[in-house]
Design a protein around this ligand. Structure first.
Ligand SMILES: [Zn+2]
Ligand SMILES: [Zn+2]
Length: 108
């Protein structure tokens, strides 16, 4: 069941920072933020991050493309596993696959 803010339970794990494990200063981070933010919440594609690892350091998804992609890849694998879906299903839902992508701006 989604809570009143539209979040279904996270498929990324419990109430601790996904990157360092601390339980302090946690914020919710939608893994596919931007246009897919609402879908992220509904699909459980969000995780807890401490403020430092959310956007206050260079090792955070909002500041570091590699960290962003790591979360997106981890979450995509979990989503496919949990729902018994394929990479193609994921692409249909979220617009693109992140599994083998290291740089979104690179030409195919
Ligand atoms: Zn952290
Ligand atoms: Zn965020």
């Amino acid at each position: 069941m989604a809570d009143r803010n539209g979040y279904n339970p996270s498929i990324m794990g419990g109430m601790k920072c996904y990157l360092c494990g601390t339980i302090f200063n946690l914020v919710r981070h939608e893994v596919y933020f931007g246009p897919n933010r609402q879908k992220s919440k509904a699909e459980g594609c969000w995780c807890y991050l401490c403020a430092t690892h959310h956007n206050l350091s260079n090792y955070s998804p909002h500041m570091n493309r590699e960290v962003d992609l790591k979360l997106k890849r981890d979450c995509q694998k979990k989503w496919m596993e949990k729902n018994g879906k394929t990479e193609e299903d994921f692409r249909r839902e979220f617009g693109k696959s992140y599994l083998y992508d290291t740089d979104e701006t690179a030409e195919p």
